[in-house]
Design a protein. Sequence first.
Length: 273
Amino acid sequence: MGDKSVLQEYFDQALPNLISFGIRVALALIIFLIGIKVIGFIRKRVRIYMSRANFENHIVHFTDLMIKVALYTVLILLILSDFGITASAVAALFASSGLTVGLGFQGALQNLAGGFIILVNKPFVPGDYIKEDSHGNEGVVSGITMLYTTLNTVDGRKVVLPNGPLANTSLVNYTREEKRCVNVSFGIEYSSDLKKAKSIMEEEARKSEYILSDEPVKVFVSELEDSSVSMGLHFYIKGVDYWPAKWDILERVKLAFDENGIVIAFPQLKVSH
């Protein structure tokens, strides 16, 4: 009888705590279910707003993911606080156990942030020809994901660039503007007819199928070098035609020079005896 009375007394003392704990669990479950509904509603409204504002799908998905993570974190912390677990305690736990994991994911998080910056600010879009300054990679942008940007080079290679470093380096976008200036130079011998050379260069530029006829063509002497006269040629074309236009004018002028006796100079080495 003594043992039974002790057990009964222990049960009577523990019962209020058990009831209190059960109520807390029930309330936590209710809060969690309500929180799921609220989070779902908020995410849906944000997605609808961003879609109507014509945000790109990558940005919509990234924003939705960030909102989901943030709101579920707040919800879980709210539930844990009801059990006496504070946010600072949770943070200390993650800081002590997740340092190594955090370092491993540091690069991925940097790329994720870089992808978000690129997709929001749009320094380039698929189809643009870009060159980044950190490693000199260049090519046509064929794809942009949240972590990586893919370039197709002129010689048929595929270059994959992490968005983190790419978002934090300077780059040149060659096709963002509708028109570009083609700048080429030719070094002719001092004995060649300078005026004829200038006339040929301007004439061949105006014959080019790529030239924008409403823009000026400039031909000039850019420098008097040791063994040649450097001639410059500037004319405007559509941005997407840059490489074909440059290759075309180089061939045109070279052939025209040959037909008219204009000699392109080459370095000469004088050997004294």
